[in-house]
Write a protein that binds this ligand. Structure first.
Ligand code: AP5
Length: 224
């Protein structure tokens, strides 16, 4: 029997600490596998920027490096999943972040006839995580903003060529970074065991260049 487009589409979660490179590898993976990226952090920052009710409710949590309450995230996810085309798969960047959200995700996906295929756990030594976060800047231009590292001269030049400006995220200040790492450890790390028990966890070494990390993920997907 021929599979329907929704059955062929893949549904992935990118898991890993702040700064491990989730948003850097999401676009090439999404491009190759026809995936809708839902990046909750990016969505929330856009809501704050636009001054919406959700943005106003979420702003203090983002500023303090705390998780935005689950009910707000659930609503955001429900709205975003409505944009999923039948032939399209899904790449979740920064969601779920708690076991409660992981259970809610199962229900949200079931409601649209989908299910998770794999959770990619990007593993990175804490000192490299900190190096990446402390040098992270965002290129803001007419299209989608993208992260770059201040030491990556090629990416900096690409941003300038787009007429973009290079800014630092407010939550990349050292004291907020410390809090985000703490929150990751307490709230999000338990998802590693949660998804391992369900046979969905796929650990991937996140050291090396973005191209190398993307290639490792591609290899993992080809043996899925
Ligand atoms: P969010 O924006 O999701 O932040 P995060 O998970 O902390 O992840 P980051 O964006 O910091 O890092 P990343 O892994 O994407 O790394 P990147 O690719 O940028 O969330 C922000 C906030 O929103 C949260 O604190 C919370 O308040 C709220 N929120 C979001 N989702 C939520 C949810 N589900 N529930 C509740 N609250 C939620 O890379 C980092 C740097 O490293 C860059 O400079 C990049 O150029 C560089 N780099 C990347 N890969 C490489 C590489 N391979 N080699 C060298 N440099 C690299």
């Amino acid at each position: 029997m021929r599979a329907s487009p929704a059955q062929q589409a893949i549904h992935l979660v990118l898991l890993g600490p702040p700064g491990c490179g989730k948003s850097t590898i999401a676009p090439p993976l999404a491009g190759r596998h026809h995936l809708l990226i839902i990046a909750t952090g990016q969505q929330l920052r856009a809501e704050v920027e636009r001054g919406t009710a959700l943005g106003r409710a979420a702003a203090p949590y983002l500023e303090g490096g705390e998780l935005v309450p689950d009910d707000l995230i659930n609503q955001l996810m429900r709205d975003q999943l409505g944009a999923l085309a039948p032939s399209q798969g899904l790449l979740l960047d920064g969601y779920p972040r708690t076991v409660w959200q992981a259970r809610a995700l199962d229900e949200l996906l079931a409601d649209v006839g989908r299910a998770l295929d794999a959770v990619i756990d990007l593993e990175l030594a804490p000192e490299e995580t900190l190096r990446r976060l402390s040098g992270r800047r965002i290129c803001e231009h007419a299209g989608e903003p993208f992260p770059l590292h201040i030491d990556d001269h090629e990416a900096v030049a690409r941003c300038h060529a787009l007429g973009g400006s290079i800014v630092q995220r407010d939550d990349d200040q050292p004291e907020v970074v410390r809090q985000r790492l703490e929150v990751y450890h307490h709230e999000t790390e338990p998802l590693i065991a949660f998804y391992r028990e369900r046979g969905l966890l796929r650990p991937v070494d996140a050291s090396g260049s973005p191209a190398e990390v993307t290639r490792r993920v591609e290899n993992m997907l080809s043996y899925r």
